[in-house]
Design a protein around this ligand. Structure first.
Ligand SMILES: [Zn+2]
Length: 120
């Protein structure tokens, strides 16, 4: 039997999604600023050129990690937007694969979950 989420519950998840969305947007903004800063420093500071050369290995590594973080953040943002769309369409909390309701335990942990525990 399909057990739909109550309106109050839905509101709560919606709030979680919106808060999470804002948090991610702030993080993306911050990381973007950091990248811009690093690029400015690297191009503007010629006296430290040799130091930069020595650090380039770690710098490249750091950038790689940052870009991985950024892409996972963007992915999360995309899923949050999808989930918010479902909230307004009234299909939130339903597994995309089997059509059964997603366990509340799972939604509390991952409000943007698109599939249930079994299907994930
Ligand atoms: Zn499922």
């Amino acid at each position: 039997m399909m057990k739909k989420l109550k309106k109050a519950e839905l509101k709560r998840y919606e709030k979680m999604l919106i808060e999470e969305r804002e948090k991610i947007l702030k993080e993306l903004q911050y990381e973007g600023d950091q990248i811009a800063k690093t690029q400015l420093e690297t191009s503007g500071d010629l006296s430290a050129y040799s130091n930069h050369m020595a650090d380039q290995g770690t710098e490249t590594e750091r950038r790689e990690i940052t870009s991985q973080i950024l892409s996972s953040r963007r992915q999360a943002l995309f899923e949050i937007d999808l989930a918010l769309g479902k909230v307004s369409k009234g299909t939130y909390g339903i597994c995309e694969r089997c059509g059964k309701p997603i366990a509340k335990r799972r939604l509390k942990f991952l409000p943007q979950a698109r599939v249930c525990m079994k299907c994930s």
